[in-house]
Design a protein around this ligand. Structure first.
Ligand code: C5P
Length: 219
């Protein structure tokens, strides 16, 4: 079974994905990681994020193990890392070079320890539209920008990182703008996606609703 969960930053995709992956025995691919890996390498190598050719080179050479190694860097999940990911993800040549790596995961889904999974769950912006257009169940999870900024702010604080709510909100809005307006694969729900607005829903409500939808689809 392949499930895709798309939507804007901090809408709750990661939390829902992890819970569904556990319930259905699915391997989880957080596709934002591929762009974070490219963006982080640009930051570490001191390369201007506007340098498309250098971003494409790093996308071309990215492998799954390399991405996992980079994910341990302290800046991988930082605000600067997210911003760099958002910028490089707007380049068509970067997206096309990272497509196969993302699609291949569904062919042979395995857990982190290498054991085979019952399928895969993808979390991203274009996984139901571009990466896995034939997925069994597709979701588009959203929430107001203020609610999402508060969730992201709370995550930073919980991790002991410093954060300023107004800045986090401005970042969320800037990333939404770039995701919605990039010419290649702009973020939008797939025609057959179930849309869930989580602004006023708790984690359990979202999970229960998603399970109800999955059960009705796979019956
Ligand atoms: O989800 P996350 O915040 O880790 O994603 C980092 C950035 O990567 C996003 O801001 C978005 O611009 C980009 N992205 C994308 N397509 C995806 C996943 C993420 O363009 N499928």
């Amino acid at each position: 079974m392949i499930i895709t969960i798309d939507g804007p930053a901090a809408a709750g995709k990661g939390t829902l994905s992890a819970k569904l992956a556990e319930k259905y025995g699915l391997a989880y691919f957080d596709t934002g990681m591929v762009y974070r890996a490219v963006g982080l390498q640009m930051l570490k190598d001191n390369i201007d994020l506007a340098n498309v050719v250098e971003a494409e080179k790093r996308a071309e050479n990215l492998t799954f193990p390399k991405m996992m190694e980079l994910s341990h860097d302290k800046d991988f999940r930082s605000s600067a890392g997210g911003n760099a990911a958002s910028i490089v993800s707007s380049y068509t040549g970067v997206r096309s070079r990272l497509l196969k790596m993302q699609q291949d995961f569904a062919k042979n889904p395995v857990f982190a320890d290498g054991l085979p999974a019952n399928g895969a769950i993808y979390d991203g912006r274009d996984t139901g539209t571009v990466i896995c257009p034939h997925a069994d169940v597709k979701f588009f999870i959203t929430a107001s920008s203020e609610v999402r900024a508060k969730r992201r702010y709370d995550e930073f604080i919980a991790k002991g990182m410093t954060a300023d709510y107004a800045q986090v909100l401005a970042d969320v809005k800037a990333r939404d703008e770039r995701d919605a307006n990039r010419k290649d694969a702009p973020m939008k729900p797939a025609d057959d996606a179930f849309i869930l607005d989580t602004s006023e829903m708790g984690i359990k409500d979202v999970f229960d609703k998603a399970v109800e939808i999955i059960e009705s689809k796979i019956k």
